[in-house]
Design a protein around this ligand. Structure first.
Ligand SMILES: CC(C)(COP(=O)(O)OP(=O)(O)OC[C@H]1O[C@@H](n2cnc3c(N)ncnc32)[C@H](O)[C@@H]1OP(=O)(O)O)[C@@H](O)C(=O)NCCC(=O)NCCS
Length: 131
């Protein structure tokens, strides 16, 4: 078993439901991606001090392990890059397996968000991060 541990702040903790499964009984990759998008947006919105943000890019994702119904699905996020108007959040997805509570990393990806003004145009990130 790997000694790797999750890095970052817990931003999503949810149990997939039967409607989130494919015909083979595993959770859809798209469901995993959407949870990671939602989780990383928590950190992006906080960095934008509550302002509007939009996902502009997601780096390549490699699904290393399946997510199954009954598992507890967790996302951990951290800021890994800041630009003028954009911020990149690295999100790791981990599951706690039903019954055993074994913690396994499922995938990770970098989500880049752009801070937007009222017109939906890129706007500089606030200079000060809130504590
Ligand atoms: C976000 C959006 C307003 C950016 O418009 P744009 O014309 O690309 O803006 P810019 O070229 O000024 O780039 C803005 C920032 O995004 C970054 N960016 C743009 N495309 C990127 C990409 N493919 N990957 C990483 N960063 C990217 C730029 O580097 C820049 O960051 P910086 O200011 O920190 O250097 C526009 O692409 C958009 O509306 N996209 C749709 C967003 C959306 O609806 N997402 C939800 C999923 S549908």
């Amino acid at each position: 078993m790997s000694d790797e541990q999750p890095e970052g702040e817990l931003v999503v903790r949810v149990q997939p439901m039967p409607a989130d499964l494919n015909s083979a009984g595993d959770v859809f990759g798209g469901w995993v991606m959407s949870q990671m998008d939602l989780g990383s947006s928590v950190l992006a919105v906080r960095r934008a001090q509550g302002g509007r943000v939009a996902t502009v890019a997601v780096d390549a994702m490699h699904f290393v392990r399946p997510v199954r119904v009954g598992d507890l699905f967790n996302c951990y996020g951290r800021i890994v890059r800041e630009g003028r108007t954009s911020v990149t959040i690295r999100v790791e997805a981990w599951v706690e397996r039903q019954g055993t509570f074994d913690l396994e990393k499922v995938t990770q990806a970098d989500f880049t968000f752009v801070a937007l003004d009222k017109e939906g145009q890129p706007t500089p990130l606030p200079t000060e991060s809130p504590e």
